[in-house]
Design a protein around this ligand. Structure first.
Ligand SMILES: Cc1ncc(COP(=O)(O)O)c(C=O)c1O
Length: 394
């Protein structure tokens, strides 16, 4: 029934989790609560759906599969809408409080109280598409100027979506990590503010805000779920999404939180290599994966601090699983709902199916008839033209 997945070429590294309190200390409960209170007050806020893929679960001999569909998030197509825009709002709050020498609240920024002052502030970031779109949208919403740096692998459709939101889009010849370095350099030279979804030495506030913003999604999830999941498959780029979700789940469910499996493309497996070396590790991106959102060679250090305590398994998948997974979501088994999932959204699904069908890995990862698998469908069809091509099997 699912032959592509039965013979999938997967790499797995089990990981001995470190003990510690990173899930409480890095993104604190307060940070999650502040972000949730603010983002749920934005105009247009609506929780995204949690779908149940009962027929697929039955086919795989497991109890349940839940898929949180982030495609409809704020009309921007991905969970990233929660992070970049919120971090932009927080930079404006901090900078305007300093500049005006008065306490400026998030509600002030949200209500456009200092919109003429905000226009003087330039926010910049590198992106593979989704984070930049969120930042551009936030900058437009809150009145700031926005410059976005993209690498050669980012599709023109994704670049255009950011221009439509008022951002200046600068395309470079190198890869994602080169675009991150250029954004930093130009920000330093011009007095602009980097709003990145990844951290580095001495730079943590915006990426922490980004990860706190993602907590809106996990907060919705814990309200939508009635029985505890046993496994969560989380796709990794720099590790911000995964770190945010596992911190929030640990804070909410404590020892009952699900087993965390990190999934990356084999062309950009920096978290996998970090686990294998038991220390944060950078990998070279030699070819771009079609999972554009996951094409990152450097883990976010604050994300890794959480994952080294929370993740039990690391998986690499190859690009050839992506299109079949997207088509399976769109044309599902039995009475499962039809879902529009983008290339990066389906990495977790692709790994879960392949592992469930692989007797050795299934056993190793404790998947059985009682398992309830949770997946984050992190994006919808963020590049429509590419999506249509994949659906048409071209
Ligand atoms: C759709 C999608 N899923 C997952 C990720 C991975 O998130 P992170 O880079 O925080 O690990 C990204 C990152 O851009 C993304 O766009």
């Amino acid at each position: 029934m699912l032959p592509t997945f039965e013979h999938a070429d997967l790499s797995h590294t089990p990981f001995q989790r470190h003990t510690g309190t990173a899930s409480e200390d890095i993104i604190t409960r307060d940070a999650f609560n502040t972000a949730t209170a603010e983002i749920t007050a934005w105009e247009g806020y609506k929780p995204t759906p949690l779908h149940q893929l009962t027929s697929l679960a039955a086919e795989l001999g497991i109890d349940d599969i839940l898929y949180k569909d982030e495609g409809p998030r704020f009309g921007l197509g991905s969970f990233k809408a929660l992070g970049g825009a919120y971090a932009a709002e927080r930079v404006l709050q901090r900078e305007l409080s300093k500049k005006l020498d008065i306490p400026v609240s998030l509600a002030d920024i949200r209500n456009g109280r200092y919109v003429s002052e905000a226009k003087e502030i330039t926010l910049v970031s590198a992106t593979d598409g989704n984070h930049g779109r969120s930042l551009a949208w936030g900058a437009q919403r809150f009145g700031a100027t926005c410059n976005i740096y993209i690498h050669k692998g980012v599709s023109e459709g994704r670049a255009e979506a950011m221009r439509q939101l008022g951002a200046n889009v600068i395309r470079i010849d190198g890869d994602y990590d080169a675009s991150v370095h250029l954004a930093r350099k130009e920000a330093d030279q011009n007095g602009w503010f980097v709003v990145s979804d990844t951290s580095w030495e001495g730079y943590v506030d915006p990426p922490l805000d980004v990860m706190a913003g993602y907590g809106v999604m996990t907060n919705e999830l814990t309200n939508q779920i009635h029985t505890l999941p046993t496994h969560i498959f989380l796709q990794g780029g720099v590790g911000g999404l995964a770190a945010s979700v596992c911190s929030a789940l640990r804070q909410h469910w404590g020892q009952d939180a699900p087993r965390v499996i990190i999934v990356e493309p084999n062309l950009a497996a920096c978290l996998f290599e970090s686990a294998r070396n038991d220390t944060i590790t950078t990998v070279a991106i030699n070819d771009e994966t079609m999972m554009a959102g996951l094409s990152c060679g450097e883990p976010s250090p604050i994300g890794w601090k959480v994952l080294r305590e929370e993740a039990s398994d690391f998986i690499q998948i190859s690009d050839d699983l992506v299109a079949p997974s997207m088509r399976l979501l769109a044309n599902p088994l039995g009475h499962d709902p039809s879902i529009e999932g983008g290339e990066s959204a389906v990495a977790g699904l692709a790994a879960a199916i392949s592992i469930a069908l692989n007797p050795k890995l299934r056993d190793l990862m404790g998947l059985d008839k009682n398992s309830k698998v949770l997946l984050i469908g992190s994006e919808g069809a963020t590049d429509k033209a590419l999506y249509e091509k994949i659906m048409a099997n071209e």
